[in-house]
Design a protein around this ligand. Structure first.
Ligand code: NAD
Ligand code: TYD
Length: 357
């Protein structure tokens, strides 16, 4: 038996591949285009491991996906690949439409063709697991209840709109063609191998480099933080026991305003890597112009996956953020390599002229 994953060189995908092979001998085929967010260094420890196959390519390349499905005959496809950064989707939505919507459509069609010809037992056992986001539900006020699976979709950014569209396609391929799908909608992940364009890794690497820590607006936007290894265990559990056609919200029960996150990162760095002059990293915090259309609050009601699949996150925010900060301190070479690539161009494009004096 084999599983095929898309986007396995990205942040969550690479953590998933590493965790999967640490717990199972079932081979895994990783299809990844290697955009700026794909980093094969994350998977360097798997070199020479016969259980792991990497194929560089676009999930929208029908001929390639057909070949991979025919050659490896996976019992499941796990779809992580996406353009995933909200700020990039504001600057340039085109790639988000192509990969997240058109790419998912093409992948679904390739899988439908493969699945429909499988022998009956394999057809029954097959699963397509679609990894999505809580951002499809829109934004919450402080008083609102956290997002449940029954919340209506109300995406606000080009990123979340493209993910919402992909969720709808996946749902329709189940209802119309009977494809055995599972969908997960998770909250903000954090942990090792997180590309430093997202809040937590950006704050860690900027702090260590003596750069400013750009907090959007008042910093009181709330996110629900999920340690990436907990997300991986939830996906494994949904794949194993999820009910076909159902969606599962995955969250960490860790709602926090951004400014609190940034303060905690600084405090941990003050403790684990104190500055020679005794100053706190907090002195580097700057408030910059807010993101257009910035969602105020996300929060996940993760009761369904707990009740039906007995899944709960293992990490608290305190244990997860400590591990994360320590990982970045222990892996300066990974950070250096990431920073020497296209990442630098992106930071220049995005933050110059935006800093509020
Ligand atoms: P990421 O941006 O770190 O990685 C995405 C990966 O997909 C990269 O390796 C990239 O090369 C690959 N990719 C992009 N376009 C491709 C294409 N056309 N064909 C093949 N590969 C392609 O993203 P991530 O943070 O690991 O997120 C993984 C999934 O989880 C995404 O679907 C995202 O929407 C979802 N998600 C992420 C978070 C989060 O906090 N990071 C939260 C909720 C949901
Ligand atoms: P991000 O990591 O981009 O995830 P998302 O937008 O998908 O939730 O951002 C998390 C929060 O942090 C979000 O409210 C925007 C904010 N943020 C900053 O304040 N400064 C930054 O430099 C970045 C990248 C994000």
């Amino acid at each position: 038996m084999t599983i095929l994953i898309t986007g396995g060189a990205g942040f969550i995908g690479s953590n998933f591949v590493l965790d999967w092979l640490a717990q199972s001998d079932e081979p895994i085929v990783n299809l990844d285009k290697l955009t700026y967010a794909g980093n094969l260094e994350n998977l360097a420890s798997l070199q020479g491991d016969a259980r792991y196959v990497f194929k560089q390519g676009d999930l929208g390349d029908r001929a390639l996906v057909d070949c991979l499905l025919a050659e490896y005959r996976p019992r499941a496809v796990l779809h992580f690949a996406a353009e995933s950064h909200v700020d990039r989707s504001i600057h340039g939505p085109e790639d988000f439409i192509q990969t997240n919507i058109v790419g998912t459509f093409r992948l679904l069609e390739a899988i439908r063709a493969y699945w429909s010809k499988l022998p009956e037992a394999e057809k029954t056992a097959f699963r397509f697991l679609h990894v999505s986001t809580d951002e499809v539900y829109g934004t919450l006020s402080k008083e609102d209840r956290p997002f449940a699976e029954t919340n209506p979709y109300a995406p606000n950014s080009p990123y979340s709109a493209s993910k919402a569209a992909s969720d709808h396609l996946v749902r329709a391929w189940h209802h119309t063609y009977g494809l055995p799908v599972l969908t997960t909608n998770c909250s903000n992940n954090y942990g090792p191998y997180h590309f430093p364009e997202k809040l937590i890794p950006l704050m860690i690497v900027n702090a260590l480099a003596g750069k400013s820590l750009p907090v959007y607006g008042d910093g009181m936007q709330i996110r629900d933080w999920l340690y990436v290894k907990d997300h991986c265990s939830a996906i494994r559990r949904v794949l194993e026991a999820g009910v076909i056609g159902e969606t599962y919200n995955v969250g960490g029960w860790n709602e926090k305003p951004n400014i609190e996150i940034v303060h905690r990162v600084c405090e941990l760095l003050d403790e684990l890597c104190p500055k020679a002059n005794g100053n706190s990293y907090k002195a580097q915090i700057t408030h910059v112009v807010d993101r257009p259309g910035h969602d105020r609050r996300y929060a996940i009601d993760a009761h369904k996956i707990e009740r039906e699949l007995s899944w709960k996150p293992a990490e608290t925010f305190e244990t997860g953020i400590r591990k994360t900060v320590q990982w970045y301190l222990d892996n300066p070479e990974w950070v250096r390599h990431v920073q020497s690539g296209a990442y630098r161009d992106w930071v220049n494009l995005h933050y110059t002229e935006e800093v509020v004096a």
